[in-house]
Design a protein around this ligand. Structure first.
Ligand code: SF4
Length: 226
């Protein structure tokens, strides 16, 4: 596939460090060099995320999890952009741009970064989302324009639907089991992920992977055309 003189976008989305990296890298490469995105249909994700995030507006960190430093959720769904990433001492053209879920301001002046999930998946253990949360932290601590803040903690706030509540059409809903999953800082692992990610982007267009069925479908479909 042709590689233009410049990428169509130079801002790396933190979510691409999770789902984007978990399949083959060809779609990622096409997204950044040509701004062509694979269509996704996830109609419930937006409303569920919004319900969950808004439920924590102004809530204390102690109510979320006693392990967190004392503070209160003050920011919901704000965009953050980093300075260009520096990998192994070298500045790159790539920056991080994304919208975090919750930020709590701690009484000691630091912040807690909290990522909301409505999910029942083995991925919620934290390792899978670690690069994504590190990316937001990088952007909060090395911002392109805003004031830098110190991120004292990162974690997932998981709602796992586990029962039906209510007894009428007006009151039915889903009950959830809530858990907070702390994610430990590991700068070295994050820089390794970013170095690999950027080396994929700067290289030639990768081949299609074997696990994702979409390209197989597209190839079969194109074979049917006259
Ligand atoms: S196999 Fe094809 S559709 Fe699937 S991730 Fe790779 S390039 Fe994208």
């Amino acid at each position: 596939m042709k590689k233009p003189a410049k990428p169509a976008r130079e801002n790396i989305s933190p979510s691409d460090l999770t789902f984007g990296l978990s399949t083959c890298k060809r779609c990622l490469w096409i997204k950044y060099w040509h701004k062509v995105l694979m269509p996704l249909t996830m109609p419930l994700v937006g409303p569920l995320s919004s319900f969950q995030e808004n439920a924590f507006r102004g809530v204390t960190t102690q109510a979320i999890d006693p392990s967190l430093r004392p503070g209160r959720v003050t920011k919901l769904g704000e965009f953050v952009k980093s300075k260009p990433l520096v990998i192994n001492g070298e500045s790159t053209r790539w920056a991080i741009l994304g919208k975090y879920d919750l930020v709590a301001e701690n009484e000691d002046g630091t912040v807690a970064l909290i990522d909301c999930k409505v999910s029942d998946s083995p991925r919620d253990s934290g390792d899978f989302y670690s690069p994504q949360l590190h990316a937001y932290t990088y952007a909060l601590e090395m911002p392109a324009t805003n004031r830098a803040v110190s991120v004292a903690s990162m974690g997932l706030l998981v709602w796992k639907p586990n029962r039906v509540i209510g007894d009428s059409a007006e009151s039915y809903g889903f009950g959830v089991a809530q858990s907070y999953v702390p994610i430990e800082r590991n700068e070295r692992a994050f820089i390794t992920v970013m170095a690999d990610f950027i080396s994929v982007l700067e290289g030639p267009c990768p081949d299609s992977g074997s696990e994702c069925p979409t390209c197989k479908y597209l190839t079969a479909r194109l074979g049917l055309e006259d």
